[in-house]
Design a protein around this ligand. Structure first.
Ligand SMILES: Nc1nc2c(c(=O)[nH]1)N[C@H]1C(S)=C(S)[C@@H](COP(=O)(O)O)O[C@H]1N2
Ligand SMILES: [Mo]
Length: 529
């Protein structure tokens, strides 16, 4: 018999083998039906909004890694029980593993877009896990380690000896293969197998359909060339355009969805005269616009990182809606991603003349997978949670009375224009500075409010002084700014505020991101000596 540790490890290893097998099969069939991801996503959806906010604030983009890590730890701790149960009877351990997998299968099957085939990876996980458990327990049988719970009274002379079948000093025979080495080898082989299956799953995912293989057409309405940003002369300031690899990422997913442009379609339905289904090639054949737009996440705190500026290429949303012919009932565009996640956008705002689009390109390449490949929605001036649907597959014209979406179900606002805000990039809070000339600098944005007219800086609560402004790209784009300051010894507070092209001043009223975006004026302390 295996020792306590051995039994626990056998349960854990069997579970890992099962999860890896399930993940591999899922990557071949329906990536989101992977037992691991399905459970993790169910946990995310069930997490109360304040906890999610807390996780985003404290772990940033690592919140997913931490969540999937915690789910794994809990699953593995629980799964060690399977080993102990299997010691009594293999069927008990196997039954327990099947129960665990049933939880994952339920999570996979209750996703909004799930069909029966989503249970296949879980089924495979159960079979692989039970087989692995059987192999390990078999290999461990005959190892004399764990005392039986109620040891049977030992006869003074064993029955075999009594019947003359065996000499008294001859050791009891061990079942074939029952050696510590056998267990270690079986365990090692299974561990390598689990690792390999996990690795192959990832590999298959990354080669399914590659954004970098897509050639984008030239836009019929190109953006003017981007001017040189202040980053050419001010070290530490946010660059005028954020590279794809550095762009902030906020979504509810644990994985990076792998969609294929060839299989992708966009359905436009609901209150429309002609229901449409467009392919990726259909979009490539339409008139494309290219626009420089700054996106902002509603979860961004004042001075926070969830804001980014990029050049987007796509089809005008109004062109698509005109093709479909919107009826007169609709007041909401309910967009759905490939996995059934829903985001609601006010129809009147999305169609009021702003450059709302179904984007297929970002900074000159196809959308990266993290940012919605093959297509996403972009609506300037609205926070991403009510406009930026990534991996979008459906636009339903409907009403707020009839249908609700993911974040509004969690009490976030339905109508949330981006608020005017400024971020101080340099100096950093609590930085130690030399006395003399110091540069304060950062970015400010006021999308759909006339852009940024000016930024003002205030030292130690004194007068607001005008900063020097960087290039004005367009009113949906952020603007860099800097201010030269003659720093004297001591601790100082530095604040910055923006004024929009519409003459609106950034609000000083402090508000948290929930439910419609943060406000207030960033104020940092620095030490000069
Ligand atoms: N399918 C899907 N799209 C989504 C989200 C999501 O969770 N799922 N998050 C939204 C939010 S809250 C924001 S701020 C933007 C962020 O886009 P980015 O990750 O490309 O910066 O995507 C939006 N689109
Ligand atoms: Mo967001």
């Amino acid at each position: 018999m295996l020792g306590r540790l051995g039994l626990g490890l056998a349960g854990v290893l069997a579970t890992l083998v099962g999860m890896a097998a399930g993940h591999l099969v899922a990557s071949l069939l329906i990536p989101a039906s992977s037992p691991v991801l399905a459970v993790g996503s169910a946990v995310i959806d069930a997490t109360p909004t304040p906890m999610k906010e807390w996780a985003i604030r404290n772990f940033g983009s690592n919140d997913k890694v931490i969540l999937i890590g915690s789910v794994m730890v809990v699953v593995l701790l629980v799964s060690s029980l399977a080993g102990f149960l299997a010691r009594r009877r293999l069927a008990y351990g196997a039954g327990f593993l099947v129960l665990l997998v049933a939880v994952a299968a339920t999570a996979a099957l209750t996703r909004p877009t799930a069909g029966l085939e989503d249970a296949v990876p879980s089924l495979v996980a159960a079979i692989a896990g039970v087989l692995a458990l059987g192999v390990l327990i078999r290999a461990g049988q005959g190892l004399p380690v764990l005392p039986r719970r109620s040891p049977a009274p030992k006869p003074a002379v064993s029955p075999e000896v009594a019947r003359g079948l065996r000499a008294p000093d001859e050791p009891a025979p061990q079942p074939a293969g029952a050696s510590r080495r056998g267990v270690l080898i079986a365990g090692g082989v299974l561990a390598v197998l689990a690792g390999a299956m996990g690795g192959v799953g990832r590999f298959i995912n990354s080669y399914r359909s590659r954004p970098e293989d897509i050639a984008l057409p030239t836009p019929s309405s190109p953006a003017p060339p981007l001017p040189t940003g202040l980053e050419s002369k001010i070290k530490g300031i946010t660059p005028l355009r954020i590279a794809n690899a550095d762009f902030y990422r906020v979504d509810t997913r644990l994985d990076t969805p792998v969609l294929s442009a060839g299989d992708w379609t966009l359905t436009i339905d609901g209150d429309v005269r002609n229901q449409l289904e467009l392919t990726f090639d259909d979009l490539l054949g339409m008139e494309l616009i290219e626009r420089d737009i700054t996106m902002t996440c509603v979860s961004n705190s004042v001075g926070g990182p969830y804001v980014g500026a990029a050049r987007w290429l796509g089809v005008r949303l109004t062109d698509l809606l005109d093709m479909a012919g919107v009826g007169d009932q609709a007041d909401q565009i309910l967009s759905t991603d490939f996995d059934g996640m829903k985001i609601s956008t006010p129809l009147d705002l999305a169609t009021d003349g702003r450059d709302a689009m179904i984007a297929i390109g970002m900074n000159g390449t196809a959308l990266p997978r993290e940012h919605g490949f093959p297509a996403r929605m972009i609506v300037p001036g609205l926070y991403g949670f009510i406009s930026g649907t990534k991996w979008v597959t459906k636009l339903t014209l409907t009403t707020y009375a009839a249908e609700t979406a993911y974040w509004t179900d969690r009490k976030w606002a339905t109508d949330a224009p981006i608020k005017i805000s400024t971020r101080i990039d340099l100096p950093r809070a609590l930085q130690m500075l030399q006395p003399g000339k110091q540069t304060v600098g950062g970015v400010a944005w006021a999308q759909q409010r006339g852009g940024i007219e000016k930024v003002q800086v205030r030292i130690d609560g004194g007068a607001w002084e005008d900063a020097t402004m960087g290039p004005d790209v367009n009113s949906d784009y952020w603007r860099q700014w800097y201010y030269e300051w003659d720093a004297t010894s001591g601790q100082h507070s530095v604040s910055a505020r923006a004024i929009s092209g519409n003459g609106e001043e950034q609000s000083a009223v402090q508000m948290l991101p929930f439910p419609e975006g943060s406000s207030g004026i960033q104020n940092i302390l620095v030490n000069v000596s």
